[in-house]
Design a protein. Structure first.
Length: 181
């Protein structure tokens, strides 16, 4: 995994943290022939990591700043097997050909999951920090016949203090893996 500190960042554009990227990549079970879509690419952390492990990545975000930041990070890490698309996923997905999906953003999640299901995408991983979104994503996937596994992860980083070391926790993240046989 590339350390978070190596990515070009902006305070108002989220990045999936290094440890969460590691688990999410593991849940995606990527291979060199996979074509993956990154829905809500943000800073491009997952986009870069996925592109290093698969054939091609489509990165989608509706924010100009996120699209530009993802492109900057792709350039920084010399990633060429990726196309960054500005737009709303529910308007873009039907035009793309891919076999796995990563969902980092959760706007219009019901429409997005409906499209992924219609396209017979049998392997989806979604990350969320909002509890209600986790429940909604799980319900949307299960009602469409996906086998769902949810993992909640809290990462804490050590910080030196005068009396020793303490841990400072980051926001817990729910990682949802959905597979349809």
């Amino acid at each position: 995994m590339i350390p978070d500190s190596e990515f070009i960042r902006k305070d108002n554009i989220p990045i999936t943290k290094e440890e969460i990227r590691a688990v999410s990549i593991g849940k995606l079970n990527l291979n060199k022939d996979d074509v993956v879509v990154d829905i809500g690419c943000g800073s491009g952390g997952m986009t870069v990591e996925m592109a290093k492990r698969c054939k091609f990545v489509y990165a989608i975000d509706y924010l100009d700043e996120a699209v530009e930041l993802t492109k900057q990070n792709l350039d920084k890490f010399k990633i060429k097997n990726c196309e960054v698309i500005k737009g709303r996923a529910e308007e873009v997905l039907e035009k793309l050909e891919f076999n796995k999906a990563f969902i980092g953003g959760t706007k219009n999640i019901d429409k997005i999951i409906e499209i992924l299901n219609k396209k017979n995408i049998n392997h989806i991983v979604a990350n969320t920090i909002v509890l209600e979104n986790a429940v909604k994503i799980i319900n949307e996937l299960e009602c469409r016949g996906y086998n769902v596994e949810a993992v909640n992860i809290t990462v804490s980083y050590s910080k030196k203090i005068p009396s020793g070391h303490m841990f400072l926790a980051k926001n817990p993240i729910t990682i949802i893996k959905a597979v349809k046989e």
